[in-house]
Design a binder for this molecule. Structure first.
Ligand code: ADP
Ligand code: ASP
Ligand code: MG
Length: 819
C-alpha cells in the first residue's frame, strides 16, 4: 500500500527547506511506497495572482514576474551549490521557459484589460509546476527514479474553473491506467486538476491539501500525510496564540468544522474524500519531524484526545442584512437563499430574527461578495427591492469557539459577550445556524487578534480571573497587596490572574480601568489617586465605579474598620461583586441584616467571606460551617480570642507585673493603640458573637455577657501614658490572682464561652491543667469546640490569631475561594 505525502508552501519556501523536504521524501521512500504532492513555494501563488490584477489594471506587472524569476533562480542555484549532480542548466531553462510564457500571457491580459478564468488558472498554477520540476531533479540527482502524475490529464474535475471538485471515480480509472515505473517516487503538483476537455483548472486557493486527499483516494492509500510548518492541528492559530496546544487526535467530522470555520492548516475540501474511504490523515511538521502530529480518523479516541476546545477565525467577512416586515415572508426568503447558496457550494454563516425586528444576516467570505450580490439581486429580489431591503458591510471577522462535546451554549455565549464587552469589543451578531458545540460570532476585523488572544487565555488556557477592588490599605490591606505580588508567579503557573482595579483608603481612590500594576501601586496611588475629603462622597464614588460591572469575577475586599463601608455590602453584592471582609462591623451589626445578606449572596450566587473576622488567618469560620454542614452539633465552645490578652496573661504566668505586661504588649503592637479597648473585652465579645451566630444562635452584641477584667473602674479621661501609671495599682491584685491559681495548679486566662443554649460569656477564668487552653501564651489564640463527635476531647484550633501577615493571608485565602 502506498502513503501519500503533501508538502505545503511553508515547507518549500527556500532552497534549505526544499532540501529538507527531499530528505524526508527519501527517508520515507526507503521504508515504503510513496506519492508526493507539492505546493508552490510560499507566497508565489499570491504574487502570480497580483501580477494578473496589475496587468488587468494596466499597471506594472513585470516587477512581480521578475520577483518570481529571481526567487526560483536563487532556489536552484543554492541547491546546485550543495549538489553537483543537480542539473542546474536544465532546470533554469525550464524556469526561463515558464517565465517567458508568463510574460506573454500577462502582456495579452494587459492589452485586453481582462483575464479569462482558463488563463488565470494556468498562470496561477505555475508555482506548483516549477516546484515539482525542482524536486524531480533533486531526486534524480540523487539517483532515484521519479514518476510525475499530470493532474490535468488525470484528476477529472468539474465546477468553477478556479475552485473545482475532483470526480474521484473517473480520476481513479485514469490513475489505474498509468504505467507507474516500479520503485519510483511518484510526484504530483498540487492545486491543479483538469476538466473534461483536459484543460487546466484550479482546486481552490490552498487546495494542495485537497489534491493530496484526492490522490490518496485514487490510490487507495494507507494514509495521507499533510506536512506543514506547525506540529499539527492546534487549539488556535499559533501565529496569534503562540502557546496554543496540540490536538493529538481528532475525528473527520470535527476537523471539517474546524477548517470550515477558518483553521487554515487544512483546506475544508480535504476531508471528504478521505472520510469516504476511511483513510487516516496525519498533520505533521516538516521542521519538527519527530513529533507525532495530529491524527485524523473516523472516531478519534476520546480518552486520549480528552475534550478539546479550539478557536478559529476568518477575516475578510462581509455581511448582507435583509429586512422584512413579516415573519412568513422572511422565512420564505431565508429558505430560498439557503438553497441557492448550498447549490453553489458556498460556505456561509447566517442569523435570522423573526421577533420584533425581522431580518436575515448573511455572512460570507469577501471572495464570494460579487457572486452573492448577483444571486440576491437577480434571483431573489428585484433590482429596486435589493437597494431598499439590503444593507452590506465589510471588514468583519467571524470568530468561532468549537468544543469536542456539546456545551452549554447560551451560558457560554453570554459569558463571552460579557467578557469581551469589558475589553470594549463589540459582538455584532451571534450566528444561529450552527450545531450545539459551536459558537460563532461576528466582530469588526480590527479586533480579531485581540479577541482571539483574550478568548484563548480565558476559555482554553482556563485562566481564572479575580478582579480586586480593595478598600482599606492599612496594615492588612498593604500586606495583602505585598503577598499577592510575591505570589504572582505561582498564581500564574496555576492559571490564576489576579488583577487590581481599585484601591482606596478613607480619603483617596485609585481606579484604573486597565488594572493597577501591583508592583508600583503605591506610586500610582500617590500620583493618580483622587482625593475625597468627605467619606460620604468617597463611598458614593466607589458605588458609582462598581456599578459598571463588566468584570468576570469581581471582588470587593473590605480591610477597613468602617461601619459606613460595611453598610454598602448589600449594594456591592446586588451589583454582582463577591464581598470579602476582615472588618467585623457588619457581622456584629443587627441580626436581621446578618441573615439578609446571606440570603442575598445566595440569590446572586456571590460569595460573602469573612474568615478573618475571628482568629486572624486561623480556619475558624470554615470549620464551624463544616460542623453545620455535616450535621455535627457544637454543644460547647471555649476559647481564647484575644491575641493581646493572651500575651499579657502569658507574661503574668512568667512573673511579670500586670502594668509591665500591658506596656510590653503595647510596645510590640499587639494591643490597639489604646490598650483600654482590649481590656474592655468588646473585641472578644464581637468575635464570640460571630462564632455564636455561625453556630446558629440568634443573638445581638448586647446579649454577650462581659465580666470586666479590671476589678475597679479606671479614669477614661487619662491619656495612654497616664493610663500606664494608673494601672500599676492593679499589679498586686493580679499577682495574687495568679498565685492563688498556681497553688491549685491552674492558670488565669481571659476566655469566651458559648453553652448549649447560646449563652455567651466573657471572663477571667481559672483553667486547669487538662484543658487545651492551659498552655496558650505569646499572643496565641486557641479555640476549642465540643460537639456530638468531638467529646470529651474537643476539636482545638490554635495559633496566632492576629497580626497583619496572618490576617492578610486569611483574606488572600478567602480571595482564592471566590473561584
Ligand atoms: P502550508 O503552506 O503547509 O499549506 P498553511 O499556511 O496553509 O501551510 O497552513 C499552516 C498554517 O495554518 C500554520 O502556520 C498556522 O499559522 C495556520 N493555522 C491556523 N489555524 C490553525 C490551527 N488550528 N492549528 C494549526 N495551524 C493553524
Ligand atoms: N499554492 C496554492 C495556494 O497558495 C495551493 C496551496 O498551497 O495549497 O493557494
Ligand atoms: Mg495550506
Amino acid at each position: 500500500m502506498i502513503n501519500v505525502l503533501k508538502f505545503g508552501g511553508t515547507s518549500l519556501s527556500n532552497s534549505k527547506n526544499i532540501l529538507l523536504v527531499s530528505k524526508i521524501i527519501i527517508k520515507k521512500f526507503k521504508k515504503k511506497k510513496i506519492a508526493v504532492v507539492l505546493s508552490a513555494p510560499a507566497n508565489i501563488t499570491n504574487i502570480l495572482e497580483k501580477s494578473i490584477e496589475l496587468a488587468i489594471q494596466k499597471k506594472n506587472y513585470k516587477k512581480e514576474i521578475q520577483k518570481i524569476h529571481e526567487k526560483f533562480y536563487k532556489i536552484v542555484e543554492e541547491i546546485s551549490l550543495t549538489n553537483e549532480n543537480f542539473l542546474l542548466k536544465k532546470v533554469k531553462s525550464k524556469i526561463n521557459q515558464e517565465m517567458k510564457f508568463l510574460q506573454k500571457m500577462l502582456k495579452s491580459i494587459y492589452f485586453l484589460n481582462k483575464c479569462p478564468k482558463k488563463i488565470f488558472a494556468i498562470i496561477v498554477s505555475k508555482g506548483e509546476i516549477l516546484s515539482t520540476k525542482i524536486m524531480e531533479n533533486i531526486l534524480i540527482s540523487k539517483n532515484y527514479n521519479t514518476f510525475i502524475i499530470n493532474p490535468i490529464k488525470n484528476l477529472i474535475s468539474n465546477g468553477d474553473a478556479l475552485d473545482s471538485y475532483v470526480n474521484i471515480h473517473d480520476s481513479k480509472k485514469n490513475i489505474k491506467k498509468l504505467n507507474i515505473v516500479k520503485k519510483s517516487i511518484i510526484l504530483m503538483p498540487g492545486f491543479i486538476g483538469g476538466n473534461y476537455k483536459k484543460e487546466l483548472v484550479l482546486l481552490g486557493r490552498n487546495g494542495s491539501d485537497y489534491s493530496a486527499a484526492v490522490l490518496s483516494a485514487c490510490l487507495k492509500a494507507k494514509s495521507c500525510e499533510i506536512w506543514t510548518d506547525v506540529d499539527g492541528i492546534l487549539t488556535c492559530d499559533p501565529k496569534i496564540v503562540p502557546n496554543a496546544k496540540i490536538i493529538s487526535n481528532i475525528s473527520y467530522n470535527q476537523i471539517i468544522n474546524l477548517s470550515n470555520l477558518g483553521a487554515k492548516v487544512l483546506h475544508p475540501k480535504t476531508i471528504s474524500p478521505l472520510k469516504k474511504l476511511n483513510i487516516p490523515c496525519y498533520v505533521k511538521n516538516t521542521f519538527n519531524e519527530s513529533k507525532r502530529g495530529t491524527k485524523i480518523v473516523k472516531n478519534s479516541k476520546q480518552k486520549k484526545n480528552k475534550n478539546y476546545s479550539s478557536i478559529t477565525y476568518i477575516k475578510n467577512i462581509c455581511s448582507f442584512s435583509i429586512k422584512s416586515k413579516n415573519t412568513k415572508k422572511i422565512n420564505k426568503v431565508y429558505k430560498k437563499i439557503l438553497n441557492k447558496l448550498k447549490n453553489q457550494k458556498i460556505y456561509f454563516f447566517s442569523s435570522i430574527k423573526t421577533i420584533n425586528q425581522k431580518y436575515i444576516n448573511l455572512y460570507i467570505e469577501k471572495k464570494y461578495y460579487k457572486k452573492i450580490k448577483y444571486i440576491l439581486k437577480k434571483k431573489i429580489f428585484k433590482q429596486e427591492n435589493y437597494k431598499k431591503k439590503i444593507k452590506t458591510k465589510k471588514k468583519l471577522s467571524i470568530i468561532s469557539l468549537i468544543h469536542s462535546k456539546n456545551s452549554q451554549k447560551n451560558k457560554l455565549s453570554n459569558h463571552i459577550q460579557k467578557f469581551l464587552n469589558r475589553y470594549k469589543i463589540k459582538i455584532i451578531n451571534v450566528i444561529s445556524n450552527q450545531s450545539k458545540n459551536i459558537i460563532s460570532f461576528i466582530i469588526n476585523s480590527k479586533n480579531t487578534n485581540k479577541t482571539i488572544k483574550l478568548l484563548h487565555k480565558i476559555l482554553l488556557n482556563k485562566v481564572k480571573t479575580i478582579e480586586i477592588f480593595l478598600l482599606g490599605i492599612g496594615g492588612i490591606g498593604k500586606t495583602l497587596l505585598k503577598q499577592i505580588s510575591q505570589e504572582k508567579r505561582n498564581l500564574k503557573k496555576r492559571n490564576l490572574a489576579l488583577k487590581i482595579f481599585l484601591i482606596a483608603n478613607s480619603k483617596k481612590i485609585l481606579f484604573n480601568k486597565k488594572s493597577i500594576k501591583i508592583e508600583s501601586w503605591k506610586k500610582e496611588f500617590l500620583n493618580n489617586g483622587k482625593t475625597y475629603p468627605q467619606q460620604e462622597e468617597l463611598i458614593k464614588k466607589i458605588s458609582k465605579i462598581i456599578k459598571k460591572n463588566n468584570y468576570i469575577n469581581p471582588v470587593i475586599i473590605d480591610c477597613t474598620s468602617s461601619k459606613a463601608i460595611s453598610k454598602q455590602y448589600f449594594n456591592y453584592i446586588k451589583n454582582r461583586y463577591h464581598v470579602i471582609t476582615s472588618n467585623k462591623k457588619f457581622n456584629t451589626g443587627n441580626l436581621k441584616n446578618y441573615k439578609k445578606i446571606r440570603k442575598l449572596a445566595c440569590k446572586m450566587n456571590k460569595k460573602f467571606l469573612y474568615e478573618t473576622n475571628v482568629g486572624g488567618g486561623l480556619p475558624i469560620i470554615q470549620t464551624i460551617k463544616n460542623f453545620v454542614k455535616t450535621g455535627d452539633k457544637i454543644s460547647y465552645f471555649k476559647g481564647i480570642l484575644s491575641g493581646s490578652l493572651s500575651f499579657i496573661f502569658g507574661k503574668l504566668e512568667e512573673g511579670m507585673l500586670f502594668s509591665e505586661a500591658i506596656q510590653q504588649a503595647h510596645q510590640k503592637g499587639f494591643t490597639e493603640p489604646d490598650p483600654r479597648e482590649d481590656l474592655s473585652g468588646l473585641d472578644v465579645a464581637r468575635k464570640l458573637l460571630i462564632i455564636a451566630r455561625e453556630i446558629g444562635h440568634s443573638l445581638e452584641l448586647q446579649d454577650i455577657q462581659i465580666q470586666k477584667i479590671l476589678p475597679k473602674k479606671i479614669n477614661k479621661k487619662n491619656n495612654v501614658n497616664e493610663f500606664f501609671q494608673e494601672i500599676k495599682k492593679f499589679d498586686e491584685y493580679f499577682l495574687n490572682q495568679i498565685d492563688s491559681a498556681k497553688k491549685n495548679e491552674k492558670k488565669i486566662k481571659f476566655i469566651g464561652t458559648i453553652n448549649q443554649n447560646g449563652i455567651c460569656k466573657i471572663k477571667l477564668s481559672k483553667i486547669n491543667k487538662n484543658d487545651p487552653l492551659y498552655n496558650v501564651k505569646d499572643g496565641e489564640n486557641a479555640l476549642s469546640f465540643y460537639s456530638k463527635y468531638y467529646q470529651p476531647i474537643p476539636l482545638v484550633i490554635k495559633g496566632y490569631g492576629a497580626g497583619k501577615e496572618v490576617t492578610a493571608s486569611g483574606v488572600f485565602s478567602d480571595l482564592l475561594n471566590t473561584i
